[in-house]
Design a protein around this ligand. Sequence first.
Ligand code: FE2
Length: 170
Amino acid sequence: MKKSDLDRRGFLKTAGVVAVSFAVPASLWSCTKEAKTSGGPTKGASAGGPSANMAAITQKVTSLEAKGLLTEAKPGPWAGKQASHLPQVKFHKGEGAVTIFTKHGMSPSHWITAHYLRDQDGKLVGFHEYVGTDKEAKNRFNLPKGTTRITAYSHCNKHGDWQAADTKTV
Ligand SMILES: [Fe+2]
């Protein structure tokens, strides 16, 4: 085998790793790109490619989580609002996908601003923004291969960031 072949293989191996690392951000990026820009401060991430958008999404999620997470057992100051804020997860067996739905009204002054997902390792594997004029807070996410569990999050502009119990996806 020639040295150039080895170099090429090394390059392809590296390129493969890069491609895998982009696979998830690219899917996240497309979700954000679809977000509308009216109805609230939910303008999608700016142009600059998948990595730039992944950084923007990570930053958004960090800011959503800055005030802490609310759960069924620990709803903070919003006891009684669990049912309308905790995301519901429907797993589509055999399709590698989930639909996330939050039973919450949508209006320009009070709405679910985003859903996002983390996998079994805590890695972000889905992100979708909503605007107040959307009909409902519901979105289907295709999961990356290797996802065995997901945790869904739902953020309300008035009542914080809610974390559902994790769901098995295999
Ligand atoms: Fe709310």
